[in-house]
Ligand binder design. Structure first.
Ligand code: ZN
Length: 300
């Protein structure tokens, strides 16, 4: 059982093999076309997907113009320093509770959206992304998967000057520029995955591998993150959690993103998203660099 849910030009679709099936049509009108409503009805999607072999597909997935599988989440979260090797490369302490910041929902973008660079210090962060299915409030760790609609691939694109421009720093703005939250390519229900707690994640820039790790190395895993957040606020269907990035980000090797770079992020079992960088205007603090970053980048 299980399902793969796509957003094809704003319409929910179920994916089987190389094809997709428009959800409104496939469900005989029982479910509508809105991807957000489809996520809230995740309980019904496996059954509809199981009956698709008798229907004619709407089209080939390879030809589809895919948008974000959860295009309008009510909340969108990022988790910082959630892999040991990333905390260590940044010389930061291992958190003893999840380090949570906002990726404001307006940053969510499609799996092949362009990333609009607004400084010379924008970084990639390949991440496993969780999408909530059933509302969650005060959920125990052992019940957390019941509240997850599915998983997908994401990039927590990060403008380092905006991330560290204030003291003490708040990460929210540097992580929330338009286009800085591409997710996709589709939403995969956890029951389709051999082990959602141990999937290989890689991130390449222009074909050069920069990050490679397994989600088994997460300090706080998916159930712990869902439980923790649900103890503070109500997670709603479609809400998105970027679970953190492994070591290998650009800033620590002076390999930040440039106009024309192509960022490719893959998680085995979930697929690949590919995002091209396009240089847009500079933001107000585009030249600001905190002292430790100046030293790292040889700018002192
Ligand atoms: Zn991140």
């Amino acid at each position: 059982m299980g399902f793969r849910l796509a957003n094809v030009e704003g319409r929910a679709a179920l994916v089987v093999g190389d094809h997709y099936y428009d959800l409104e049509k496939a469900s005989g009108g029982a479910l509508g076309s809105d991807p957000m409503a489809a996520i809230a009805a995740a309980d019904q999607l496996s059954e509809i997907a199981a009956g698709l072999s008798e229907q004619t597909p709407t089209g080939k997935l390879a030809d589809a113009n895919l948008e974000a599988p959860s295009p309008r989440p009510s909340n969108s979260f990022g988790i910082g320093l959630n892999y040991r090797n990333h905390a260590e490369e940044g010389n930061m302490p291992i958190p003893d509770a999840p380090l949570v910041f906002a990726k404001f929902p307006s940053c969510i973008a499609g799996p092949s959206a362009d990333i609009q660079l607004r400084s010379d210090y924008v970084d990639y962060e390949g991440e496993l992304v969780v999408v909530i299915g059933k509302a969650a409030k005060d959920v125990a760790v052992e019940d957390a998967w019941d509240h997850v609609a599915g998983l997908c691939v994401g990039q927590d694109v990060s403008d380092r000057p905006a991330q560290f421009t204030s003291a003490p720093p708040q990460f929210n703005m540097g992580k929330s520029f338009d286009t800085y939250g591409p997710i996709g390519p589709v939403l995969t229900s956890p029951d389709l995955l051999a082990d959602p707690g141990a999937m290989q994640l890689t991130c390449s820039v222009n074909g050069e591998e920069r990050q490679s790790d397994t989600t088994g190395d997460l300090i706080f895993d998916v159930p712990q993150l869902v439980s923790y957040l649900s103890g503070i606020l109500t997670l709603r269907p479609g809400d998105v959690i970027f679970t953190g990035t492994p070591g290998g980000v650009g800033v620590f090797q002076n390999k930040l993103l440039r106009d024309g770079d192509v960022v490719t992020t893959t998680i085995d079992g979930l697929g690949t998203i590919t995002n091209r960088c396009v240089r847009a205007s500079d933001h107000a603090r585009a030249d600001f660099l905190p002292p430790q970053m100046k030293a790292l980048l040889g700018k002192d």
